[in-house]
Design a protein around this ligand. Structure first.
Ligand SMILES: C[S@@+](CC[C@H](N)C(=O)[O-])C[C@H]1O[C@@H](n2cnc3c(N)ncnc32)[C@H](O)[C@@H]1O
Length: 322
């Protein structure tokens, strides 16, 4: 990114985001409040409280799957994205550096695909805003052009409402957001063309682009989906590439992500083989895995007193052209 690099020192994090004494991560209050209000506005509190340990909804195009994912996973997804930015255990610095640098000042085009209800983007923006509010980061004007791409119209609608509700707080911290939420089917070439055209129209400059892919492994590990989605992913990465641009891919630590046959190893093979002209692995080395991990506990506003583990696996790809 063309912005000056700003690293975040985890020891400076305010206690309302990370409490080292209890080892608990808290999502920014502004976002927790808006999320809770939206859960109540849509009558989803009972669904939110009925999650069991074995539930891990991945969303989907219809309202039932979307509601289950939104009510039972949204704040976990926020916490996972927040952990990759705040780097509280010091284990994911390459991801944190890229995110803090991209979201420090100036103008940025943030593509979040699939965005669901916007958990990853909202986690980043609300965390940066909270860090500005607490004087940990400088309050420099930041213009964010957000492109949220998602197949479910219900999830796009939740994202739209949350972004609207969060806007006043973001603006108090000089974060000015303009968003476009697009219908996107990752398996469909034409749908991908629409997303790329929107990105190029919205952000004609080649630099200052950040691509975020969060929690897509549930979908990608279904039979045949990696093959169906690979051409669109390649196109998205290729078009996002440019000087200093970065992709951050966030997943829960699970076999389907970090085992030898998992999504991250698939990406780590694709990158040097097929994508090397526009993407390079920025995590891992010869002897280390191509991703970083960090684990903490998180307490949801909707389940106070019942902290549960957030186990993050994150990959950073630098989208430089050669
Ligand atoms: C586990 S959710 C992750 C959403 C968001 N990134 C997050 O972290 O909360 C997976 C998302 O993929 C979406 N999805 C499923 N099939 C898709 C497809 N073919 N194209 C694009 N998105 C799809 C689902 O609707 C769901 O919102």
């Amino acid at each position: 990114m063309s912005n000056p690099v700003t690293y975040l020192d985890p020891s400076q994090l305010p206690k309302n985001l990370w409490d080292p004494d209890t080892g608990l991560l808290h999502i920014p209050e502004s976002l927790a409040r808006c999320y809770e209000a939206l859960i109540d506005r849509h009558g989803l509190r009972e669904l939110a409280s009925s999650r069991t340990r074995d539930d891990s909804p991945i969303g989907g195009i219809d309202q039932v799957s979307t509601d289950k994912h939104f009510a039972q996973q949204f704040d976990n997804s926020v916490a996972r994205a927040q952990l990759s930015l705040t780097n509280v255990t010091g284990e994911v610095d390459a991801a944190s550096d890229a995110l803090v640098c991209a979201l420090s000042a100036g103008a940025i085009c943030l593509t979040d695909a699939p965005c669901g209800a916007g958990a990853a983007s909202l986690a980043f923006l609300s965390t940066i805003a909270e860090l500005r509010k607490q004087d940990v980061l400088p309050r420099l004007p930041l213009e964010v052009r957000l492109l949220g791409a998602e197949i479910s119209p219900f999830a796009r609608d939740y994202a739209r409402q949350l972004l609207e509700d969060m806007r006043p707080f973001l603006e108090t911290q000089a974060i000015f957001l303009s968003e476009q939420l697009l219908e996107w089917d990752a398996t469909d070439r034409l749908s991908n063309t629409d997303l790329i055209q929107a990105m190029v129209r919205g952000c004609p400059e080649l630099n200052n682009r950040l691509l975020v892919i969060a929690n897509f492994s549930g979908f990608l590990s279904q039979r045949g989906k990696q093959k169906d989605v690979e051409p669109q992913l390649e196109e998205l990465f290729r078009h996002t590439s440019g000087p200093g641009n970065v992709a951050i891919w966030i997943e829960p630590q699970m076999n389907k992500v970090n085992s030898d046959g998992g999504i991250f190893h698939w990406l780590a093979q694709l990158t040097p083989l097929k994508w090397r002209r526009f993407a390079q692995l920025a995590t891992g080395g010869e002897a280390s895995p191509p991703f970083m991990t960090s684990s903490v506990k998180f307490e949801s506003q909707l389940a106070l007193g019942r902290p549960h583990p957030i186990r993050l696996a994150v990959m950073r790809l630098d989208l430089e052209r050669s």
